[in-house]
Design a protein around this ligand. Structure first.
Ligand SMILES: Nc1ncnc2c1ncn2[C@@H]1O[C@H](COP(=O)(O)OP(=O)(O)OP(=O)(O)O)[C@@H](O)[C@H]1O
Length: 214
């Protein structure tokens, strides 16, 4: 299976943010986007996740078996800057919602809600409303969302913002395990994710776009 981006460009409002971005990732491979604030990392992640229409280019999911014919966006879990949880619902209710929303995937193994909460080190507070959790605990629980329903591609935007050192280690461990099991990762980050063999794509923002384009 492969995730392929071909010659992507994207516009926000009037502005062309990037152009000519191509990459291909196979099982177990990862791509880390770096670059200064506003350089287009989140925009590229949202295009790959199918949340923004590219100005040009395509994202293709090439699969071998059960997921043949699947759109690229359907193969992806997206974790953005926000956690996508309802503050007034309990952690358990939030994770159960996401598990039912994503449904069962034949492509890989999913964890139960309790197992996923344990995996991020917060198994004993799933009864609390999500809004009671600290910023770092909320981020950990948002990460547990990736575990309750399997998707081969994880798209993570600044996953370790607001995390302490032990949580960063937990995240790195979960990402490594996802890659070892044949998953694919694309992440944007200002802090190193500790991934040894990750490819790097440095986003240059407006400055990377040739003058004649304007
Ligand atoms: N809806 C929008 N309309 C117009 N411009 C936008 C819109 N959303 C984002 N932008 C602009 O697009 C550019 C790229 O933003 P993006 O969020 O992709 O950057 P980033 O590299 O992820 O930044 P950061 O490191 O701060 O998270 C920025 O200049 C931003 O101001």
């Amino acid at each position: 299976m492969r995730l392929i981006a071909e010659n992507l460009s994207a516009r926000r409002g009037e502005d062309l943010i990037f152009q000519g971005v191509s990459f291909a990732l196979s099982r177990g491979e990862s791509l880390v986007l770096t670059g200064k604030n506003g350089s287009g990392k989140s925009t590229l992640l949202r295009v790959v996740a199918g949340l923004l229409r590219p100005e040009s280019g395509t994202v293709i999911w090439q699969a071998d078996t059960a997921d043949k014919g699947m759109r690229a966006a359907e193969a992806c879990h997206y974790l953005g800057h926000r956690n996508a949880m309802k503050t007034e619902l309990s952690v358990h209710e939030n994770l159960t919602f996401w598990q039912q929303f994503f449904g069962h995937s034949p492509q890989g193994e999913s964890l139960s809600v309790d197992e996923a909460a344990d995996a991020v080190g917060l198994g004993d507070i799933t009864h609390l409303p999500f809004g009671y959790l600290s910023a770092g605990q909320q981020r950990r629980m948002a990460f547990a969302k990736l575990l309750v329903s399997f998707r081969p591609v994880w798209i993570l935007d600044e996953p370790t913002a607001a995390l302490d050192v032990s949580a960063e280690r937990v995240f790195t461990g979960l990402i490594e395990s996802h890659l070892r099991n044949g998953g694919i990762l694309i992440g944007a980050t200002h802090q190193p994710l500790g991934l040894e063999n990750a490819q790097e794509l440095k986003m240059a923002g407006f400055t990377g776009i040739a003058e004649e384009v304007w």
